[in-house]
Design a protein around this ligand. Structure first.
Ligand code: ADP
Ligand code: MG
Length: 326
């Protein structure tokens, strides 16, 4: 081989190395997208080929779910069901039926701590609006009369829902973000993504591991402290981690704080002595619903819930500062 040929060969090898390396780094490039839907900030971080498009598709799916299952929009499928009189079967989409069915099963297994029929009561408190207020005892008693997950009848064959009492309305606010995270993650996986983190306002879902091969690290926020002050870190892969806390949405009246997670038995903000409840499991809708249920159920309830669901890990921060794991 002549000296010139050797030089040419070496140049070729160098080019091949540069090309392969840049293709690799392009594939591992990380994209982050921040958006707003489901009444919360959504951040998706994903690595790999097609990450940007996969994130766009995921956001589209989250918006679709928001439009269908938002109880406070006039045009959602859920709003149409909510207007229906008692004793009348209403045909709903397979998707809405499945979500209501799932919610009712969770209610039954959490002794009613999770209950999607609380809307008449939460509307009174109006916590997510500009004008929250403390309702009177009579108002609460009256609204509670229109609640109760056992007052929903389902007909699986007809894919229909019936309210057994007048004035009933459903609110999927405590499960919809988790469900949306499940669906968005499925779409990203279908798009070939093997490493991503979806954060829907505290509803976190991890696909695979981080691009550097380590598990995703999730900080559990210390309530009422500056963002980023964690009382614990947990590590997850292919799993959801969902936290419910009183510290995100609340108002104060006459020096007392009123938050947005209600005890279905009293219609009042729950007083379970839990500051924050985190549920880790592969099913994000379940994690979302259970984090709310655990928050309502307190220390003993948390242990019971952990025992009655498979693959569910629970971490709670109690008002007295203790951190419990089940
Ligand atoms: P966040 O939406 O802040 O993440 P949650 O997932 O705990 O919190 O859901 C709370 C929302 O669900 C409330 O804003 C209300 O609309 C509704 N909700 C309140 N209490 C309950 C309950 N015990 N079971 C089911 N839904 C509830
Ligand atoms: Mg929830």
């Amino acid at each position: 081989m002549t000296r010139r040929n050797i030089m040419a060969l070496m140049a070729l090898i160098a080019m091949a190395v540069i090309f392969t390396a840049s293709a690799y780094f392009y594939r591992m490039r990380t994209f982050r997208r921040t958006d707003y839907a489901l009444n919360t900030v959504i951040t998706i971080t994903a690595s790999g080929k097609g990450a940007e498009e996969a994130e766009r598709a995921a956001i589209g799916e989250i918006r679709r779910i928001d439009a269908a299952f938002n109880a406070h929009s006039q045009t959602s499928e859920l709003a149409k069901l909510n207007g229906s009189p008692s004793g009348e079967w209403v045909h709903v989409s397979d998707e809405l039926f499945a979500l209501i069915e799932k919610a009712l099963k969770i209610s039954a297994k959490t002794d009613g701590a999770f209950d999607i029929t609380l809307k008449p009561v939460s509307d009174l408190w109006a916590i997510n609006t500009e004008n929250p207020r403390v309702p009177s005892d009579d108002e609460i008693a009256n609204a509670l009369g229109k609640t109760g997950y056992k007052n929903i009848a389902l007909d699986r064959d007809k894919c229909a829902v019936m309210f057994k009492k007048d004035g009933m309305e459903l609110d999927l606010g405590a499960i919809a973000k988790g469900y949306a995270a499940d669906r968005a993650a499925a779409i990203m996986r279908k798009n070939g993504i093997r490493s991503a983190l979806l954060d829907l306002g505290g509803n976190v879902f991890a696909i695979g591991k981080r691009a550097d091969g380590k598990k995703w690290c999730i900080g559990l926020q210390t309530p009422y402290k500056q963002r980023g002050q964690y009382f614990k870190k947990i590590y997850i892969e292919d799993s959801a981690a969902v936290t419910s806390g009183a510290y995100e949405r609340y108002f104060t009246e006459n020096g007392k704080m009123y938050h947005h997670i209600l005890d279905p038995k009293t219609g009042m903000p729950s007083e379970s002595k839990i500051k924050s409840a985190t549920v880790v499991c592969p099913d994000s809708a379940l994690a979302d619903a259970l984090s709310t249920a655990v928050f309502v159920s307190g220390e003993d309830g948390a242990e019971k819930i952990a025992k009655s669901f498979k693959n569910v890990k629970i971490t709670v921060l109690l008002n007295d500062g203790r951190v419990m794991e089940y």
